[in-house]
Design a binder for this molecule. Structure first.
Ligand code: FES
Ligand SMILES: [Fe+2]
Length: 365
């Protein structure tokens, strides 16, 4: 088990930022969010990045620092238009090369060789819609890093079209507390007694979820959907139509170290990204992404809209319940003197995460 100080020591937090958050592939966003002439400011560990697609449509991650006198090029979040420095107005192209320089005769060295003055760049790869960045200059490619998760993300991306609901919130706990909380259902009866426990088919004790721990860093679970729920969808099929990847279970995937992707039956995907803002603050970006339906009637689309809207309200409520308990866990961890205990068969994915963490992190304590 990981010792409590690994969740509370600010020096150790910096070790993580310079260690595993540098060497791992970190999820940073979705490809369709970068479509058209747009770019995004994102943060990976303590580095501000600028994300945009190049002229070939490939996502690229640049250091968010102007080559002229180091102004930050864009604020975090989404921006339309070209990258233009707010200080003296240098304009960069899709490949990060300065192509528009006011009074350019004053910079003969840049005019002679603009590509030598392009923005610094980090490894950036995508699978389907999912974009990842690795700050270390060497390491495994994305496909080998993701293992079995590569095909899952590729398949889940089919028909992904738009973000239906999105929020960004701070949780007052270490990122590992928040991740560990997402990896077990043991807390559900206590923490989510009025939400998840009341939801159709969620309170079933009989059919336990199945854990998949084959990937050394990542894990997932599948929980068979309630048969009545599946029948309900079957009855609606001639109205709501079909979607690209339909399955009959709830699935929860954790991709080390900062991404979870969950879905019920594949008609939408809930994507959460966890950022280690401070030793005791985790910023969570939550997106619900819809997929394209075919052969839907107008009435069927309306029905799905209602299902989605209920889902969004539910997701926010469950999120707040988890945020509340994570804050209390962090308060306890700050005082703790012994390692934790883990339930066999219930908290196996937490144990798996801790093994992954230990394998990736140079433990000094
Ligand atoms: S610092 Fe960016 S144009 Fe001067
Ligand atoms: Fe929870």
């Amino acid at each position: 088990m990981l010792s409590p100080s690994l969740y509370t020591n600010p020096l150790h937090h910096h070790t993580e930022i310079d260690g595993l958050f540098k060497s791992s592939w970190i999820f940073v966003g979705l490809k369709f969010e970068l479509s058209g002439l747009s770019h995004q400011g994102v943060r990976v560990g303590n580095t501000n990045l600028l994300l945009q697609c190049d002229s070939q449509g490939k996502p690229r991650a640049y250091l968010n620092v102007c080559s002229h006198r180091h102004a930050q090029l864009c604020e975090p979040g989404k921006h339309t238009g070209v990258v233009r420095c707010p200080y003296h107005g240098w304009v960069y192209d899709r490949e990060g090369v300065p192509v528009g320089i006011p009074q350019k005769q004053a910079f003969p060295q840049v005019v002679a060789n603009p590509t030598a003055h392009r923005l610094a760049e980090f490894a950036c790869e995508a699978v389907g819609q999912f974009i990842f960045v690795r700050k270390s200059s060497d390491g495994p490619g994305l496909q080998s890093y993701l293992g079995n998760q590569y095909d899952f993300l590729k398949r889940a991306s089919q028909g992904m079209a738009s973000v239906q609901d999105e929020f960004r919130k701070d949780v007052a706990a270490n990122w590992k507390v928040v991740i560990e909380n997402s990896l077990e259902g043991y807390h559900v009866p206590n923490v989510h007694s009025t939400t998840l426990m009341q939801a159709d088919g969620m309170g079933r004790e009989a059919e336990a979820p199945q854990f998949f721990l084959q990937d050394p860093l990542h894990s997932y679970l599948e929980h068979a959907a309630d048969a009545d729920w599946v029948k309900r969808f079957d009855r609606m099929a001639n109205k709501i139509g079909q979607w690209p990847w339909r399955f009959e279970h709830y699935t929860h995937h954790f991709i080390f170290p900062n991404l979870t992707v969950t879905s019920f039956m594949g008609y939408s995907f809930h994507i959460q990204q966890f950022e280690p803002t401070a030793v005791d603050v985790t910023t969570v970006q939550s997106r619900t992404v819809g997929v394209d339906f075919s052969n839907a009637t107008a009435a069927g689309s309306k029905m799905m809209e209602h299902i989605h809207a209920d889902g969004h309200a539910f997701t926010r409520k469950v999120f707040d319940e988890d945020a509340g308990i994570c804050k209390r866990v962090q308060a306890g961890v700050e005082q703790a003197i012994k390692p934790t205990l883990l339930a066999q068969g219930l908290e196996d994915r937490v144990a798996h995460f801790q093994r992954a963490y230990r394998s990736q992190n140079m433990l000094t304590q």
